[in-house]
Write a protein that binds this ligand. Structure first.
Ligand code: BEZ
Ligand code: FE
Length: 292
């Protein structure tokens, strides 16, 4: 095919995928090219704008290393991460909703016993968290792994504090008991901005957007026979609940962090949080599987 023009180039590119023997790759690439070309035609992309796009994507790649994933941040702030979660993680009524994973989970969080202070030394008001994990019928899920992580009162995760080196703080992995319960001590989280020192931060500024996430605690809960749940609990009130920069807030995940001036668990100010997480069974799981 020669003399390709703006009207037939999309068809020409898609035709080149004819001998792709991976049908899913072929479908995804064909759709991607169709949408990209339609976008270029719709906005009548100029050559300097095309160059600026290339410069932006190059800078985004150059910002990535083993601790920083600027492309995921781009996906998060453009709503692509949350859209992918929404498409793939719909759950039956009654099951706890999923939300974005975020970049701050680590695989080396300490495994701790119920009652542990997972945020020893972190700045912030003490927070006592009681967790219950149940199935859709309300039956306890025993021995579930409850992996928690969060930012401290200054809005920083341990991995954002070079002075901590490899020390893990404000994160831990617990297991539920026979009643599906566990509990831990941490600190009350605060709202924090996503990293703004890279190209994604420049894009947020250029587009008149703020970089803030409402205060939250992350949870990753897994148990054999159940769908793994990746979610947050958001603190109410928070000025950013309706404008989370990564679009992750679900009403069902806004939880009461109750402030106490003193007592019941500590002399002096602290907060408590209780939450029941409801897991749905993995497709094809036997006992505990919901009727579908
Ligand atoms: C987070 O909650 O940790 C997070 C999620 C998406 C982008 C940046 C941070
Ligand atoms: Fe977070």
């Amino acid at each position: 095919m020669r003399n390709i023009d703006q009207h037939n180039i999309t068809e020409a590119v898609i035709a080149r995928f004819a001998s792709c023997d991976n049908p899913r790759l072929k479908e995804v690439l064909s759709s991607l090219v169709t949408h990209l070309h339609d976008f270029v035609r719709e906005v009548k992309l100029t050559e300097p704008e095309w160059m600026e796009g290339i410069r932006f994507l190059t800078a985004t790649g150059q910002m990535c290393d083993s601790k920083r994933q600027e492309f995921i941040l781009l996906s998060d702030t453009l709503g692509v991460s949350m859209l992918t979660v929404a498409l793939n993680q719909s759950r039956p009524a009654g099951a706890t909703e999923a939300t974005v994973f975020g970049p701050f989970h680590t695989d080396d969080a300490p495994h701790v016993a119920a009652g542990a202070n997972v945020a020893e030394g972190a700045p912030g008001e003490p927070l006592f968290v009681e967790v219950e994990v149940v199935d859709l019928q309300g039956r306890p899920v025993a021995d579930a792994e409850v992996d928690v992580w969060q930012a401290d009162e200054e809005g920083l995760y341990d991995v954002q504090r070079p002075e901590l080196g490899d020390t893990r703080r404000a994160r831990g992995v617990l297991r539920t008991d026979a009643q599906g319960r566990t509990h831990f001590r941490s600190v009350v989280p605060t709202a924090y901005p996503v990293p703004t020192d890279g190209p994604v931060g420049c894009l947020l500024v250029a587009s008149g957007r703020h970089p803030w996430r409402p205060a939250h605690v992350h949870f990753l809960i897994r148990a054999p026979g159940y769908r793994t749940l990746i979610t947050h609990l958001f603190r109410d009130p928070d000025p950013y609940l309706d404008s989370d920069v990564v679009f992750g807030v679900r009403s069902s995940l806004i939880a009461p962090f109750v402030h106490h001036a003193s007592g019941p668990l500590l002399d002096g100010p602290h907060s408590t949080l209780k939450h029941r997480f409801v897991l749905d069974a993995e497709a094809g799981a036997g006992a505990g599987a919901p009727a579908r």
